[in-house]
Design a protein around this ligand. Structure first.
Ligand code: ADP
Ligand code: MG
Length: 390
């Protein structure tokens, strides 16, 4: 849960937020994503914003018509949006504020930016033998991290936190690259088998001094699921909950399913503003849709891209993948898999996806070639090939 403001992988009907225009068509909705992403840094600082898409009618006794209601704010260091198809704006507001409170509660447990978080305390105690008691949510994320680490044979490894301060892709990004010797030295600290868990006491520790965890590749998905549960409990059925590239689509958008776009990893900014940033569209109902990309947090140096997903075996950013989108029944599972598949690459990544029931993936490799899991054939609508670029 780093501190990025990323270009959104998708989104629907944000145009309504400012323009009270009629409901956009699905295509226009997908195309509006990019401008929404580009506007992310202009997010309201204080408490987010909500807006309705059109005005509820009227003076007669007709029941109020559902409409698109939107909220956006920065959470977990990224841009979070909630959109619902509902008639009651007051209910929407209450639901959104409860969901945001839940997100903040979980972020305080799992972020490395919060010194008192569960994860920070585990990191501070690395190597000293002390067991650190953590919340049930953090424990669940740690257990899942070890599961995917084993499944991916170490391609996914939350002890890549050891690279903190060396690879600088968060708000510490000053454009500098680390010396090779330092990368190789830190790489020795990366090994998920040194994360020890005690389920009976909901405790964890790291075996060696200097080791560090980061849950940036996995925790946001669990948080999105929890926010979705809060939104449902508050009375919403049809909504999109999005945090950066992690999205859950609940129910429907009126007569249609929610339609989302997959971000073109190399879309030029001008193109994003005019025709949108998606190269493909998908319809979703009660499904998570998460994208990991090398375009989110990166440094371009001498025509070469260095980004925030690290291959634990080399200590360097993964070079064979540009983006991975995973569909899954939960955002937690989708977030767990997207980073793992990114590191594994298309061939091994699709094998992993095939082994986990209910999941699908779309991968853009370093040569811009698309790899799509068999279950998505006929469901993915390609708009154009992904753009070329370094
Ligand atoms: P986000 O959606 O926030 O970009 P991703 O799911 O794409 O997150 O995962 C990227 C994050 O995962 C990185 O910022 C870093 O914190 C963490 N990470 C990087 N490489 C690995 C890896 N090999 N295994 C596990 N986590 C990783
Ligand atoms: Mg992930």
């Amino acid at each position: 849960m780093g501190a990025e403001l990323r270009w959104l992988a998708l989104g629907v009907v944000l145009g309504c937020r400012t323009t009270a225009s009629p409901e956009p068509t699905e295509e226009r909705a997908a195309a509006s994503v990019a401008s929404a992403g580009a506007a992310a840094s202009a997010d309201k600082a204080g408490g987010g914003s909500t807006a309705g898409g059109n005005t509820a009618a009227s003076s007669t006794a007709a029941p109020p018509a559902p409409r698109t209601l939107s909220y956006e704010h920065v959470c977990m260091g990224t841009r979070c949006t909630i959109q619902a198809y509902h008639h009651d704006e007051a209910l929407f507001q209450r639901a959104v504020h409860a969901a945001m409170a839940e997100i903040e509660r979980l972020d305080r447990m799992m972020s490395t930016w919060v010194p008192s978080s569960d994860v920070s305390r585990i990191n501070q105690a690395a190597g000293n033998g002390e067991w650190i008691a953590v919340s049930s949510e953090t424990f669940q994320v740690l257990e899942k991290s070890l599961w995917i680490a084993r499944e991916s044979e170490g391609a996914f490894d939350i002890t890549v936190g050891a690279f903190k301060g060396l690879w600088k892709f968060d708000e510490d990004n000053d454009g500098s690259l680390p010396a090779r010797a330092e990368v190789l030295a830190r790489r020795k600290l990366v090994d998920y088998r040194d994360l020890l868990l005690d389920a009976a006491r909901s405790s964890a520790r790291l075996r060696r001094p200097g080791q560090r965890l980061t849950l940036g590749g996995i925790a946001k998905g669990l948080v999105v699921d929890r926010a979705v549960a809060v939104l449902r409990a508050a009375g919403l059925k049809d909504f999109l909950m999005q945090a950066g590239g992690d999205l859950y689509a609940a129910g429907r958008h009126g007569e249609r399913e929610w339609k989302v776009g997959i971000q073109d990893p190399r879309a030029a900014q001008e193109q994003e503003r005019s025709t949108g940033s998606s190269f493909a569209l998908l319809s979703l109902a009660d499904l998570a849709f998460n994208t990991s990309g090398d375009y989110e947090r990166f440094i371009l140096k001498d025509g070469k891209r260095y980004h925030h997903i690290i291959d634990p075996r080399t200590g360097y950013p993964v070079e064979h993948t540009r983006s991975v989108t995973v569909l899954a029944p939960s955002s937690f599972l989708a977030d767990t898999l997207d980073t793992a598949v990114f590191v594994l690459g298309a061939e091994r990544g699709l094998k992993l996806i095939a082994s986990v029931p209910g999941t699908e993936a779309v991968i853009v490799d370093a040569r811009n070639k698309l790899h799509v899991s068999p279950g998505l054939s006929g469901r993915l609508r390609l708009l154009r090939p992904p753009s070329e670029g370094p």
